[in-house]
Write a protein that binds this ligand. Structure first.
Ligand SMILES: C[S@@+](CC[C@H](N)C(=O)[O-])C[C@H]1O[C@@H](n2cnc3c(N)ncnc32)[C@H](O)[C@@H]1O
Length: 248
């Protein structure tokens, strides 16, 4: 059964999601179904979503629901664990990592206040497992001023932070490569930003170009530093561009 059908036909506790989130969830979370996934959702509220995730991910999943409201503890059951604390409290988050292990998926559906979303990301993104997913939803709040601290192109909004991370994932930007070393994809949807992590097994990307050609090139960054060279092979062979990032 698809996740959207489960959401739509759910006779149990209330789940608070926008309809267009479901294809996004299926796309990024689908590969974890029936795996021993360590899934964390920040924001439990009425308890319906942790129950939905428990049904979706199956019997091997560990579902960790995090909320600031003590009454959410009542939704703990079976594979669903509820932890009470503030999403921006890094000591609390560290305790959870120690207790449950590194999350494979973090879904931030918590306060949606920009400083909270940014601080939680800064602490938890590095803790997410190497092929894991970090998703932040309800980011329409990134365009709402007042309590949410958002606004169009507002410095400090999670959307602005995510746009900056697009530069950080590109090694030719000349920015430090720590983030680039961990990221495969940043996907933007309406109200959602999703980070797909990956572990690169070396410090450079290799671009392989197959075919009949003969080239020698160097590539420079904006400071004029050589950042890559292409080696030439016989017709029908393969050229390799090894891009060695140079830190500014
Ligand atoms: C949008 S609701 C979660 C909805 C739920 N995930 C669902 O889909 O049905 C947001 C929840 O985040 C919790 N919350 C607000 N601020 C928080 C914070 N600083 N840390 C942890 N949880 C917080 C609220 O108590 C509320 O239950």
């Amino acid at each position: 059964m698809g996740l959207y059908k489960d959401f739509r036909d759910n006779p149990n506790r209330m789940v608070d999601k926008w309809m267009h989130y479901f294809p996004v969830y299926e796309k990024h979370f689908g590969r974890f179904v029936n795996q021993s996934v360590n899934f964390w959702e920040i924001g439990v509220c009425m308890g319906g979503s942790v129950q939905m995730w428990d049904r979706y991910f199956g019997p091997f999943a560990q579902i960790i629901g995090i909320d600031i409201l003590p009454e959410c503890k009542q939704f703990e059951n079976g594979n669903i664990h509820i932890e009470i604390g503030d999403q921006k409290d890094t000591e609390f988050l560290e305790f959870l990592v120690d207790k449950y292990g590194p999350p494979d998926i973090v879904l931030d559906d918590g306060s949606h206040i920009m400083s909270d979303a940014c601080q939680t990301f800064d602490f938890l993104y590095p803790k997410v497992s190497k092929n894991g997913v970090y998703m932040v939803e309800d980011m329409h709040t990134a365009y709402m001023s007042g309590i949410y601290e958002g606004g169009l192109k507002e410095p400090g909004s999670f959307i602005e932070k995510s746009k900056d991370l697009v530069d950080s994932m590109n090694r030719f930007s000349g920015l430090p490569t720590a983030f680039a070393d961990t990221i495969f994809e940043i996907a933007f949807y309406e109200s959602i930003v999703c980070f797909e992590k990956i572990k690169w097994h070396n410090n450079f990307r290799s671009l392989h170009t197959a075919g009949n050609f003969n080239i020698t090139t160097t590539n420079e960054n904006i400071w004029g530093n050589v950042v890559g060279t292409a080696t030439t092979h016989a017709p029908g062979g393969m050229a390799t561009l090894e891009t060695v990032p140079i830190k500014p």
